[in-house]
Design a protein around this ligand. Structure first.
Ligand code: PGA
Length: 245
């Protein structure tokens, strides 16, 4: 079954490296039937638009601000993302929540803004290690979903991609087990179906957290997992390709 593979470059690579990366990725992606995307740092959206034109690789941003324009030094608007052909935008990544103090009120505003303009939000949710130890993972993801979905029309909820990323599994080399992933992915779908009246197929759930060549099949070929959000393992185009080919 066709799956989605989104690479998150985070704050890595400079222009020359990225050109080489795009060239290699284009070659590999051509023969994949899966959906492939790459979230690049803001300064390289223009480069991505230029280099990935006419390919089957979607262009993503790693964040956005919810205001249209104005005195918001350092921020980037949805309109600016649109200018560079951005297809999707990661919102609420745990690194933004933990390192930059982003909260669910802000995430809600960002997702809402993106939905209005046709850029697909990839909304990250997931529990911390402490929350899992206290068996609160379902409660936590439910709260994170509600804080955004309660304010969105059903037709907009359908457009949101949910990335389940347990915080303890990101960049740590400690991936969740297939059972843990399936349990929460299925919980997310059940919850959204029941509460917001969508069908299971209408809600796309990705898993993210230390996905690599070895664990990829086990973690992503699960009934309720529609693909993966990949950090470290996407930084080399050949390694990334081993996940989606
Ligand atoms: P990782 O990152 O694959 O390096 O754990 C995943 C992510 O941050 O989305």
């Amino acid at each position: 079954m066709k799956k989605m593979f989104i690479g998150n470059l985070k704050m890595n690579m400079t222009k020359g490296e990225l050109i080489k990366y795009f060239n290699a990725l284009k070659k590999y992606a051509k023969s994949s039937e899966n959906t492939i995307g790459v979230a690049v740092p803001f300064p390289y959206l223009y480069l991505a638009q230029e280099q990935l034109k006419g390919t089957n690789i979607l262009i993503g941003a790693q964040d956005v601000y919810f205001q249209e324009s104005g005195a918001y030094t350092g921020e980037v608007s949805v309109g600016m993302l649109k200018d560079f052909g951005t297809d999707f935008c990661i919102v609420g990544h745990s690194e933004r929540r933990n390192l930059f103090g982003e909260n669910y009120d802000t995430i809600n505003k960002k997702v809402t803004k993106l939905c209005k303009t046709g850029i697909t939000p990839v909304m990250c949710i997931g529990e911390t290690l402490k929350q899992r130890a206290e068996r609160k993972q379902k409660y936590v993801v439910r709260g994170q979903l509600d804080s955004v979905f309660n304010n969105l029309a059903i037709k907009k909820i359908k457009k949101v991609i949910v990335a389940y990323e347990p915080v303890w599994a990101i960049g740590t080399g400690k991936n969740a087990t297939p059972d843990q992933v399936q349990e929460i992915a299925s919980y997310i779908k059940d919850y959204v179906v029941k509460k917001y009246g969508l069908s299971r197929k209408q809600i796309c759930v990705l898993y993210g957290g230390s996905i690599n060549e070895t664990n990829c099949n086990d973690l992503l070929n699960l009934d309720d997992v529609d693909g993966g959000l990949i950090g470290g393992a996407c930084l080399n185009a050949e390694n990334f390709s081993k996940l989606f080919l």
